[in-house]
Design a binder for this molecule. Structure first.
Ligand SMILES: *Cc1c(COP(=O)(O)O)cnc(C)c1O
Length: 227
């Protein structure tokens, strides 16, 4: 597995998709999803110019943050239990997976201890799949309004993990729906809420996600190989 060449391949594909759909490639950031991969793989990716990493499991995330010496930006992207938020305090720059008020409140409480603020995304369960986290599209605006009142979290956008579809044209409507939801929220002009970030697209569908407006693509397998 050549991590450096995988990253450069993906960067080329990002540039090509952006060119074909008229987007600025600087608007699309690659989140290298390093879950279940060792710290050496992260160091190898960092040496190849990759500085943003996403982790899905709290214990593993914290262990790697302690182990990796490179100046990495960490995002937490996995399902998050409130009682584990304390371990992430001050260690991650963004949490992609906020899907309920009680979780946002706990993040607010933890970051409040240092009187700092953390960027968060609201995760939406577009396919309403029982196995996945995320608020429903119909509950989204209510949740955003509530979370926006918290002082130590800053809503930066939305995240989704749509159903896996072999046919990429079947996943496109989910990405489009996430962008439309972000536009609806943006139009409300709520204080403390920006809809700048759309976290969507993984190894097999990130190109479609970029065409539909993704600003953060979360790619694991295509960089680090199968888990
Ligand atoms: C594992 C994971 C990814 C990366 O998936 P790949 O198919 O390996 O690219 C993206 N997002 C989330 C939330 C994940 O848990």
């Amino acid at each position: 597995m050549n991590i450096a060449s995988n990253i450069s391949q993906i960067q080329k594909r990002i540039a090509a998709v952006c060119k074909s759909c008229g987007r600025n490639p600087a608007e699309v950031r690659l989140v290298a999803v390093s879950k279940k991969k060792p710290a050496e793989d992260i160091e190898a990716a960092f040496a190849a110019g990759q500085s943003l990493f996403g982790e899905s499991y709290v214990q593993e995330c914290v262990a790697k943050i302690n182990e990796v010496k490179a100046a990495v930006e960490w995002h937490f992207i996995g399902a998050l239990q409130s009682n584990k938020v304390k371990y992430l305090r001050g260690k991650v720059a963004m949490i992609h997976s906020v899907d309920r008020f009680s979780l946002a409140e706990e993040i607010d409480r933890q970051w409040g201890k240092d009187d700092t603020c953390v960027d968060i995304l609201i995760q939406v369960n577009l396919g309403e799949e029982a196995s996945k986290s995320g608020t429903t599209a119909s509950d989204l605006i209510g949740l955003v309004r509530e979370v926006a009142r918290l002082k130590h979290v800053r809503i930066r956008g939305l995240m989704a993990l749509p159903p896996w579809e072999a046919d990429l044209e079947e996943v496109r409507p989910y990405f489009r729906q996430l962008r439309e939801l972000a536009e609806q929220i943006d139009a409300l002009g709520l204080p403390n809420v920006s809809m700048q970030e759309l976290s969507m697209g993984m190894s097999h569908d990130y190109e479609v996600a970029i065409e539909e407006g993704a600003t953060l693509i979360r790619v694991g397998t295509a960089i680090f190989g199968a888990r």
